[in-house]
Design a protein around this ligand. Structure first.
Ligand code: NAG
Ligand code: NAG
Ligand code: NAG
Ligand code: NAG
Length: 239
C-alpha cells in the first residue's frame, strides 16, 4: 500500500515536469522587459545582459563614482518579484528592488542586501526619517524617507523628489519580494506614490569595487543565508 502510493506520486511528479502547467502567456508576463543602465562620470562599471533574465556587473569606482544597473519590469506593478544571484562587494553598494513613480516623483528602494566599509546602515543619513516597519516575505523591513533636492531623476537632472526605502533587517541576496506589500505600507505611512514607471532588481554601487550576477524572474530553490543588518547609525530620526 505504501509502495503503491509512492509510485503514483512518482508518476505524477514525472508528468508534471514533462508538462509544466505554465502557459506561454504567463511566461511572457514574467519575463523581464526593462533594463536600467545609469552611471556618473566617476563610475567604472561593466554591465552585460545574459539569457533568461540574467545580468552581470563588475565595478571599480573612483571616489564619487555612482551607478545603478539592473533588469525588471515596465510598468512596475503589484507582483511577486523573484530573483536569485550573488552579490560581492568591497566598498559601498546596495542590492535592491529599485523603481520610480511620477506625479509625485518618487525614487524607491527595497534594499535586500547592502555592503559598506565599517558598521553602517543604509538609512544612516541626517536627512532620513523612519516611518515604522512592515512584515513581508518572512522578514521585517524598516520604512525610511528622505528628500532629494536638485538631483538627477527620470524626468531630468535637477529635480526635487522623495526617496522611500524599505530596508530588510536581515540581508540576503535571493528571494521573492511582494512589491504590493511595500507600496501599500508606504501609502499607509503617508508616503504617497504616483503613477508607476519601471522597477528593476538593481545594483547601486558607490565608492569601491564589487561584482554581482543576478537572474530576475527566478526564485532561489533553497532559502538563502541571511545576515543581520547593522543597526548602527550616527544619527536617527523617527516620525
Ligand atoms: C514568483 O514565484 C512564485 C512562487 O515561488 C510564483 O507564484 C510567482 O508567480 C512568481 N512570480 C513571477 C513574476 O514569476
Ligand atoms: C550600459 O551603458 C554603457 C555606457 O553607455 C554601455 O557601454 C553598455 O553596453 C550598456 N550595457 C547594457 C547592458 O545596456
Ligand atoms: C570591464 O571589462 C573590460 C574588458 O573585459 C576589462 O578590461 C575591465 O577591467 C573591466 N572593468 C571592470 C571595472 O570590471
Ligand atoms: C545623505 O543623503 C544625501 C542626499 O541623498 C547625500 O548627498 C549624502 O551623501 C548622504 N550622506 C551620507 C553620510 O550618506
Amino acid at each position: 500500500m505504501l509502495f503503491h502510493t509512492f509510485s503514483v506520486s512518482l508518476v505524477l511528479a514525472t508528468l508534471t515536469s514533462a508538462f509544466p502547467f505554465e502557459s506561454l502567456f504567463e511566461k511572457r508576463q514574467n519575463a523581464p522587459n526593462s533594463v536600467q543602465n545609469w552611471s556618473n562620470d566617476f563610475a567604472d562599471v561593466n554591465f552585460t545582459l545574459g539569457s533568461g533574465g540574467s545580468f552581470s556587473t563588475t565595478w571599480n569606482n573612483r571616489p564619487g563614482g555612482n551607478f545603478v544597473v539592473g533588469r525588471g519590469y515596465r510598468p512596475a506593478r503589484d507582483m511577486l518579484f523573484n530573483y536569485t544571484g550573488t552579490f560581492s562587494v568591497n566598498g559601498w553598494a546596495y542590492l535592491a528592488l529599485y523603481g520610480w513613480t511620477t506625479d509625485p516623483l518618487v525614487e524607491y528602494y527595497v534594499i535586500e542586501a547592502s555592503k559598506s566599509l565599517g558598521d553602517h546602515n543604509p538609512s544612516d543619513n541626517a536627512s532620513a526619517t523612519q516611518y515604522g516597519t512592515l512584515q513581508s516575505d518572512g522578514a521585517t523591513y524598516e520604512i525610511w524617507q528622505k528628500e532629494r533636492i536638485n538631483a538627477p531623476s527620470i524626468i531630468g537632472d535637477h529635480t526635487d523628489f522623495q526617496q522611500y526605502w524599505s530596508i530588510r533587517t536581515s540581508m540576503h541576496s535571493g528571494g521573492t519580494i511582494n512589491t504590493g506589500n511595500h507600496f501599500r505600507a508606504w501609502e499607509a505611512a503617508g508616503l504617497k506614490l504616483g503613477k508607476q514607471n519601471y522597477m528593476v532588481m538593481g545594483i547601486e554601487g558607490q565608492q569601491g569595487r564589487g561584482s554581482a550576477t543576478i537572474t530576475v524572474g527566478v526564485a532561489p530553490t533553497t532559502r538563502m543565508p541571511e545576515t543581520t543588518t547593522s543597526t548602527y547609525r550616527s544619527i536617527r530620526r523617527t516620525q
